[in-house]
Design a protein around this ligand. Structure first.
Ligand SMILES: NC(=O)C1=CN([C@@H]2O[C@H](COP(=O)(O)OP(=O)(O)OC[C@H]3O[C@@H](n4cnc5c(N)ncnc54)[C@H](OP(=O)(O)O)[C@@H]3O)[C@@H](O)[C@H]2O)[C@@H](O)CC1
Ligand SMILES: Nc1ncnc2c1ncn2[C@@H]1O[C@H](COP(=O)(O)OP(=O)(O)O)[C@@H](O)[C@H]1O
Ligand SMILES: [Mg+2]
Length: 293
């Protein structure tokens, strides 16, 4: 089956707290679906408690996607996070086992403050995706080593698609191998795990900062997943696994594996052309035990 690592089995004494409290941060008016998909994906990957922190005007929409999902309204401007949103979010961070940030968030001033705050803290593991990555590129925060992780810092995982990786590194999407090399260098220099999404998805990172950077090539996934929202689902999957106690390197490798496995099962059960991210996130719940069986 080539599963990269095994999640432990659930035992009779486990309760929802055992499986982590995670927070997904993102969304905006017009892109409520993205952060909803990430949040439901975290539930379907096994998290005990999942909340979505979203701009106030989209709270009801996001809450309506799943009854088990908690929602937190943050200050907004024109349907996106306002500059005050970081102050409210900062108070919630210590309570989380992991955070995922970026889907559907836009790159306005509110997002800039949130991404900067999450990059500077060292206690809570974070997945940075989509507009969180676009903010980092625009602000050129990874051009020097100021934000490099130290040995005891919580894990950071980046999940760029080729367009986002091109903005981060300057290497065009047409240069696949060059993009992977640039991701390896960034991963090495900053001590972070990077998921280079595509067919196949590759993960670059390491279990500990004193080891050399490695590359894992994922064996699951297919072109039926080339449809809006499938990356948002991956953000929720990896956030969930970080919240269940896995390192960035392990959460990213197992995360891309189970995400692609759900894509493979959904494509054969539905169709390659007709499969959507909603099918993917539903199938995730069906295959989730394959991480521990
Ligand atoms: N339901 C919702 O609410 C959803 C909301 N969403 C939200 O939308 C926002 C914008 O995100 P986005 O990814 O759609 O746009 P963007 O970053 O400009 O990327 C496009 C650029 O990247 C390139 N590119 C991409 N993949 C590539 C590949 N495999 N291989 C090669 N190139 C590739 C692509 O190249 P091209 O196709 O032009 O050749 C183009 O240049 C963001 O907030 C996101 O979270 C989405 O999550 C969907 C569901
Ligand atoms: N041809 C493909 N083969 C395998 N996986 C793919 C393919 N196309 C897309 N995917 C997967 O779908 C996801 C797309 O992510 P992304 O571009 O961020 O989508 P979105 O932002 O719309 O959610 C990634 O996990 C990627 O690996
Ligand atoms: Mg995306």
């Amino acid at each position: 089956m080539q599963r990269p690592i095994k999640l432990r089995d659930r035992s009779a004494s486990d309760h929802k707290g055992t499986f982590g409290r995670v927070l997904l941060v993102g969304g905006s008016r017009g892109m409520a679906g993205s952060i909803s998909l990430s949040s439901v994906a975290a539930l379907h990957t096994g998290s005990g408690l999942v909340a979505a922190a979203v701009p106030d005007p989209i709270l009801e929409t996001v809450a309506g996607f799943h009854a088990a999902l908690m929602t937190i309204a943050l200050p907004e401007k024109n349907g996106s996070f306002s500059s005050e949103a970081w102050t409210s979010l900062n108070e919630l961070i210590a309570r989380q086992d992991a955070i995922g940030v970026g889907p559907g968030m836009t790159t306005n001033n509110g997002s800039v403050a949130i991404v900067e705050g999450l990059l500077r803290q060292r206690e809570t593991p974070v997945v940075f995706d989509a507009d969180a990555l676009n903010v980092i590129s625009k602000q050129q925060w990874f051009d020097d080593d100021t934000l490099a992780r130290k040995q005891d810092d919580a894990s950071f995982v980046l999940t760029p698609h080729p367009g986002e990786l091109s903005r981060l590194t300057g290497v065009p999407t047409s240069e696949g191998d060059g993009q992977l090399d640039a991701a390896k260098q960034l991963s090495d220099r900053l001590g972070i795990t990077i998921v280079v999404k595509g067919g196949p998805t590759r993960v670059t990172g390491r279990g500990s900062l004193d080891e050399p950077v490695q590359t894992y090539v994922n064996t699951t996934g297919n072109p039926a997943m080339a449809t809006a929202g499938c990356g948002d689902v991956l953000t929720g999957v990896i956030t969930s696994l970080l919240g269940q106690g896995l390192s960035g390197w392990d959460a990213a490798r197992l995360g891309v594996w189970i995400h692609g496995r759900a894509g493979d099962v959904a494509a054969s059960a539905i169709s390659s052309a007709g499969m959507t991210a909603e099918h993917l996130v539903e199938t995730l719940a069906i295959v989730a035990d394959e991480m521990s069986d």
